[in-house]
Design a protein around this ligand. Structure first.
Ligand SMILES: O=C(O)C(=O)C[C@]1(C(=O)O)C=C[C@@H](O)C=C1
Length: 395
């Protein structure tokens, strides 16, 4: 494990990457001296954080969250001409123009953190959202979230549900624990491949490594195949382990991209049970997207309700009354208050589990019907948070 101590100006590579962070917020992405200095101003109270990286480079943990952003101060220009000397003006930084204030749509210069190794579906989802982005592997989702919070990257990507396997429950909990905004979604067609070492036939395989979600999505194929399943952190790490182990009887279920990266052979393609195997990912950012009404938008919210007859019915009615289509509803335990005592009589206490409700609905927060639905829900929700409003993605 190597420890990287970061501070703006001390680490110019990271500092220049930090300059990208501001491009979303109107500060241009020229990558030149001026934008670097500008970012330093924004991050001037940032009190050096410690980023622990493994030998291969993924972010494994981020320590010391103490940081603050101060964009109120002006840039300290040290470019003044010293008395009596003539300066070569061509070295001066180019002033920002209106075109610099828009970040390119292809995501060039955007750094996206994801959990897993190169070739994982999370990385592929990041590249679908920002084709020219720099992807940053992290050991776990917690590290990916923290990397965004500490301005080390601009975005994080996380899988939230699959059309066959259902919800990634733990990731719903992470959305609430952190204060990042959902800035986008990615719908990815997941075509799993069975991979093995070069020259190996699939009949030779006794063990197959993969992520448990990939196993769920290939349940029938694997049962028919009769191999031993071994869980790994993500599908690409499974491929990496097989490649480095040199074991002819061990294969992996992973993407075609992972096969290419780790030099494995594709023994079978599309081994998922259902051709419509789509995973939905969320893109997380520090700032919310300013929604429009120009295209189809989705809004994600989380709320809790008081106990009582029909309260969930009432909550859902705020959408039905306004013809707002719901695309997802999920309930999760309220970890802070998992139980509520309903009946405290002599016969004992009736305890009910307490829930958080996550809902995605098809409307932009710019639309009056969405705003009035939220105002209506707020009347009887004990807690309500809009997690993000973002354009709908298509496969
Ligand atoms: O293991 C990977 O490659 C991942 O990106 C994770 C993940 C998931 O957790 O759902 C993402 C997409 C597929 O559904 C399978 C696995």
């Amino acid at each position: 494990m190597a420890t990287l101590k970061l501070h703006p100006f001390q680490d110019s590579a990271r500092a220049s990457s930090l300059s990208v962070a501001t491009s979303d917020y109107g500060f241009g992405s020229t990558g030149n001296f001026l934008s670097l200095r500008h970012d330093y101003t924004r991050l001037r109270k940032w009190e050096s954080c410690r980023v622990v990286v493994s030998a291969q480079g993924p972010i494994t943990s981020v320590e010391n969250e103490k940081h603050a952003v101060d964009s109120s101060k002006t840039i300290n220009r040290t470019l003044e001409e010293p008395k009596g000397s003539r300066k070569d003006l061509s070295i001066l930084p180019k002033p920002l123009s209106a075109t610099d204030l828009h970040s390119p749509n292809d995501g060039s210069k955007v750094r996206v953190a994801y959990q897993g190794s190169p070739g994982s579906y999370c990385e592929i989802a990041a590249m679908k959202a920002y084709p020219k982005c720099e992807t940053v592997p992290c050991d776990d989702f917690e590290a990916a979230f923290k990397a965004v919070e500490l301005w080390l990257v601009e975005k994080a990507v996380l899988p939230i549900e699959n059309s066959v396997g259902g919800s990634n429950h733990r990731n719903y909990d992470l959305l609430l624990r952190h204060r990042l905004h959902i800035a986008g979604e990615v719908q990815l067609q997941v075509n799993h491949c069975l991979l093995g070492l070069q020259g190996v036939r699939k009949e030779e395989l006794k063990n197959v490594l993969s992520h448990p979600h990939a196993f769920d999505q290939c349940e029938m194929t694997l049962s028919a195949f009769g191999v031993m399943r071994i869980n790994s952190e993500d599908t690409a790490t499974a491929a990496q382990i097989v490649a480095s182990s040199g074991k002819r009887d061990t294969g992996a279920i992973a993407s075609a991209r992972a096969a290419e990266i780790y030099g494995l052979n594709i023994l079978a393609e599309n081994v998922q049970d259902n051709d419509n195997n789509i995973t939905r990912f969320l893109i997380l950012a520090r700032e919310p997207v300013i929604p429009g009404t120009d295209k189809l938008y989705k809004t994600s919210i989380v709320f809790t309700l008081e106990e009582g007859p029909g309260v969930l019915f009432k909550a859902l009615a705020v959408f039905a009354l306004r013809e707002i289509n719901l695309t997802k509803i999920e309930s999760r335990p309220q970890k802070q208050r998992p139980l509520r005592v309903v009946d405290d009589s002599n016969e004992g206490r009736a305890k009910y589990f307490d829930y958080l409700f996550y809902i995605d609905f098809e409307a932009s927060m710019m639309e009056p019907r969405a705003q009035s639905a939220m105002a209506h829900l707020q009347e009887f929700a004990r807690f309500l948070r809009v997690l993000g409003c973002y354009p709908v993605d298509k496969v």
